[in-house]
Design a protein. Structure first.
Length: 464
């Protein structure tokens, strides 16, 4: 562990806590502390998350058989303004300790002292209908949309994707919601391995010749608690060498229907996505651009919430993201999940992150329960296989161009336990994932196959 880096991070945490302490100090009397809603005000908040992760039998070739990381994420939030005009800022420090040259360290782990958010917000009342609001955000921001499978502020990954642009949202009094945005995705820096291992600081930059835009509408809930959403997302990324992804010009259309979980009732979620346009792909070391792109994804789950001790909820789930059937033709059938979150469907990310929403077919069963009001637990069992045998294992890159290694990646047992020790202030979470390798994982890995990966993590989160 680098003591100098830890000291640098500790100074940031102490300074942030000191700022919050000064801002939250009580005034001379109770009446003076009651702020008028129309008076200017400023609020500070600090969140610190420390997570230790351990991975045995690393499945990625070229890295150490056993890996560990101490992932530190500290954020200072500020909100200032008057009435319906507000400013939001976030300074985030994400760093990795206990790592070395044989560790899995990428831009998903490290983004040191980064001004992650800085935007202005304007809210207008009674727009179109009485009781509705319309809000415009402009600047640099993080974003969530719908199910978060295509656009999300990650809740597990140590770094967070951000965007610069404009975001408009309208909310009706009856629950309907419309949204449109036009933004540029930011490129997390640094990206060089030595710089990441050293937790070096470099400001993020926008991807060149790149635009990400979208439109979304959520209907008012139907009488039986059913909900419906429609959306379109457009991704246009230029062919620039320093961009953080291959060139692509995609239109993504989708819908989602769902019913929230409630005791003694059935719940469900169905989401389907169709993708078209132009994209790029690499096979046998050759990168091809301007390929006709047509891909799809769907997710369904059905569950039942029992009115019993521990409030158990049982879910049957299935996800399918298309893969590229022929890696040498002029088409690309591989689904692109854009900026979506994957932890809540598949597995923890961090140094594990075995599954992404691409070239994947995975049925599963999930059980959630609450042994006590402040305790939450989850167990999940899933089977994973390639949707296209000749395409790569998405997010990992392991591939058999002949397709002779089959499709089975393996089966996984995952569990997590969360204790809210002090509500909204202090929480502790621990979890694990055990992956039993299937035929594809064993044969495509060849001599580099080390065994069935085992992953464990424990995380402490503090809010001040």
């Amino acid at each position: 562990m680098r003591l100098l880096d830890l000291a640098h991070g500790a100074r940031f945490v102490v300074a942030a806590i000191a700022v919050v302490g000064l801002a939250a100090a009580p005034g001379g009397d109770a009446a003076a502390q009651e702020a008028d809603a129309e008076q200017p005000r400023i609020d500070f908040r600090v969140q610190q998350r420390t997570r230790y992760e351990l991975l045995n039998d690393q499945y990625r070739p070229g890295l150490s058989r056993s890996d560990q990381i101490l992932a530190l994420q500290t954020s200072l939030f500020v909100e200032a303004g008057r009435g319906d005009v507000r400013f939001f800022g976030e300074l985030m420090d994400a760093r990795a300790e206990l790592v070395d040259a044989g560790s899995f360290v990428t831009t998903t782990n490290v983004n040191t002292l980064e001004p992650l958010q800085a935007y202005g917000s304007w809210t207008f009342r009674d727009v179109v209908r009485a009781g509705s609001t319309a809000t415009v955000r402009a600047g640099r921001m993080t974003m969530n949309l719908g199910s978060r499978r295509l656009l999300a502020r990650s809740g597990f990954r140590n770094t967070i994707s951000s965007f610069t642009g404009i975001d408009w949202e309208w909310r009706g009094a009856d629950g309907n919601n419309a949204r449109a945005f036009y933004v540029v995705p930011m490129r997390i820096l640094p990206s060089a391995p030595d710089a990441l291992l050293g937790n070096d600081r470099e400001l993020d930059r926008g991807n060149r010749d790149t635009a990400f835009r979208g439109a979304y509408y959520r209907f008012p809930a139907f009488g039986n608690r059913d909900n419906a959403e429609l959306f379109w997302l457009g991704m246009d990324r230029g062919n620039r060498p320093r961009n953080d992804g291959a060139p692509r010009d995609l239109d993504t259309f989708g819908f989602r229907f769902f019913r929230p979980s409630e005791p003694r009732h059935w719940s469900y979620e169905v989401e389907a996505v169709w993708q078209r346009g132009e994209s790029s792909a690499t096979a046998a070391g050759v990168r091809r651009v301007g390929l006709d792109h047509e891909a799809y994804f769907y997710h369904w789950e059905f569950g039942y919430a029992f009115a019993a001790r521990w409030s158990p909820v049982l879910l049957l789930q299935h996800d399918h993201a298309s893969g590229d059937e022929d890696p040498f033709d002029d088409r690309n059938d591989g689904y692109d999940t854009l900026f979506g979150e994957r932890r809540f469907d598949f597995a923890p990310q961090g140094i594990y992150g075995a599954f992404a929403r691409g070239n994947l077919r995975t049925p599963g069963i999930r059980l959630t329960f609450r042994p006590k009001p402040r305790w939450r637990a989850m167990l999940s069992y899933r089977s994973f296989e390639l949707a296209a045998a000749r395409d790569a294992w998405s997010g990992v890159g392991l591939r058999d161009l002949t397709g002779q290694s089959g499709r089975s990646i393996g089966t996984q047992l995952e569990g997590s336990f969360n204790w809210s020790a002090i509500e909204d202030r202090l929480s502790l979470e621990a979890g694990f994932a055990q992956l039993w390798a299937g035929r594809f994982m064993r044969e495509a890995s060849g001599p580099s196959f080390r065994g069935d990966p085992t992953y464990f993590y424990v995380v402490l989160t503090t809010n001040l």
